[in-house]
Design a protein around this ligand. Structure first.
Ligand code: PLP
Length: 443
């Protein structure tokens, strides 16, 4: 019996003992091809020598020094680099230990900003259904994943949720994409007015929706419209790029492709690429200036914030991405993988949609392509796909999302940026085998 509390309390997963490139090996000697980067984390693959060397060097120098007393070169250099590579005046970086912690940080920073602007009545966030912003209570409250929220509902902040930008499901038959986008923006404006703009702190959204809906990119102009409404009604815009940021969408920040500048950006996962737990919040100058000129301090903090080894790892990851030209690789390999997936599943009776940005790709599974009806949730298709894929030595990230109150299934693929064409073809082939096995038993 394992004393460790695993995600599944009835099952202990295989024991990972070695990892290199796209391959993880377990204690029984079985190997798995990592087509999901864990959960869209491992952007450089496993065992990258430059990242390991940077971590070793930091450990040998100073493994830990509390931020109440010291800063460290790695954290300073990482912050400077993230700010320099971000558009506009996103010049300030707060380093924490993961995505949820980063989201909590952004929520509190936004609230304190309002307070110091002399607007203490601003106490409500606005967010979207079918979103995931983390599992801590603040992040869970702004998130729109019903299944995750339900057991903890009495503990959550009251957050109004609007429709996600989810064209495959949301756009009506015969409706143009522009009209669909306009309808979403109209709904958002109505929600702002219903809550009272003077009560709102910020609108929170994932630039490209990750796990909850399966790599759903926004429609053209959606975020420009959102930004306009936020400006018009005095809300901050917080973009969650924990999954889609740090190059995974083909640009360092996914919002660069939307032509908008958020006030706060939330980062995690690919920031440390799995080498260390690290998350970050990027903040624009006007946010930090208000606190600097006001109380002089952000009333927040964690023991492990700005951890030197985590910062050193993340800094090395950023350097590798630049040195190896991996942003370009994401765009090229993402297009390749989508081409392969379309060839394999474009006509598949149970694959309703293949979508995504860069190397964040989703396949939505449907019982019937014409009606887009999802499979019966009792079949737990996503869980079966994960098992069948693992049995074939393939890691993918399937999820059950909620579609208009009903459960649906999708598969998320997020391979490391270093994946070769041959590895992408192998991923597609093994996924086809797994899907065949699952669909056969689900009929
Ligand atoms: N935000 C998004 C978009 C995520 O996908 C996740 C994790 O999957 C989080 C926040 C939470 O990050 P973490 O699991 O590191 O707390």
């Amino acid at each position: 019996m394992s004393h460790l509390i695993h995600r599944n309390l009835r099952r202990t997963p295989p024991v990972a003992v070695r990892a290199q490139g796209l391959t993880i090996t377990d204690s029984a000697g079985r190997t798995y091809l990592d087509a999901s980067g864990g959960a869209a984390v491992s952007s450089l693959g496993h065992g990258h020598p430059q990242v390991l060397a940077a971590m070793h060097a930091q450990i040998d120098g100073s493994a830990y020094a509390h931020t109440a007393f010291f800063t460290c070169e790695a954290a300073e250099e990482l912050a400077a680099r993230l700010a320099a590579d971000a558009p506009g005046d996103l010049d300030h970086v707060y380093l924490v230990s993961g995505g949820s912690e980063a989201m909590e940080t952004a929520l509190k920073l936004a609230r304190q900003y309002c307070l110091e602007a002399g607007q203490p009545q601003r106490g409500v966030f606005l967010a979207r259904r079918q979103s995931y912003h983390g599992n801590t209570l603040g992040a869970l409250a702004v998130g729109g994943n019903e299944w995750r929220r339900r057991p903890f509902a009495p503990l959550l902040l009251d957050v109004p949720h609007v429709s996600p930008c989810y064209e495959y499901r949301g756009r009506a038959e015969g409706q143009s994409t522009d009209d669909y986008t306009a309808a979403l923006l109209h709904e958002l404006e109505q929600a702002i007015l219903a809550a009272g703009p003077e009560n709102l702190i910020a609108f929170v959204a994932e630039t490209v929706v990750g796990a909850t809906a399966g790599a759903v990119p926004p429609t053209p102009g959606y975020f420009r419209g959102v930004r306009k409404l936020c400006d018009q009604y005095g809300l901050l815009l917080i973009l969650d790029e924990v999954m889609c940021g740090m190059g995974r969408s083909g640009t360092l920040y996914a919002f660069e492709q939307e032509g908008v500048l958020p006030d706060l950006v939330v980062l995690g996962k690919g920031l440390g690429a799995g080498y260390q737990p690290i998350g970050a919040v990027l903040a624009r100058e006007h946010i930090v200036r208000r606190l600097r000129d006001g109380s002089g301090a952000f009333q927040h903090g964690h023991t492990y914030m700005g951890h030197p080894v985590a910062a050193a790892a993340a800094l090395a990851v950023q350097k590798v991405i630049q040195k190896e030209g991996l942003l370009g690789a994401v765009t090229v390999r993402g297009a390749s993988l989508r081409r392969m997936l379309r060839a394999a599943f474009g006509q598949h009776p149970h694959v309703g949609d293949i979508r995504g940005r860069g190397l964040l790709i989703g396949l939505e599974l449907v019982r019937d392509r014409a009606s887009k009806a999802p499979f019966d949730p009792a079949l737990k298709l996503h869980a079966r796909i994960k098992d069948e894929a693992m049995a074939r030595g393939l890691m993918v990230y399937p999820m059950g999302g909620t579609i208009d109150g009903r459960q649906g299934d999708h598969i998320l693929l997020a391979p490391p940026f270093i994946a070769t064409e041959a590895e992408l073809a192998e991923i597609t082939g093994r996924l086809a085998d797994a899907l065949r096995a699952v669909v056969a038993i689900s009929q």
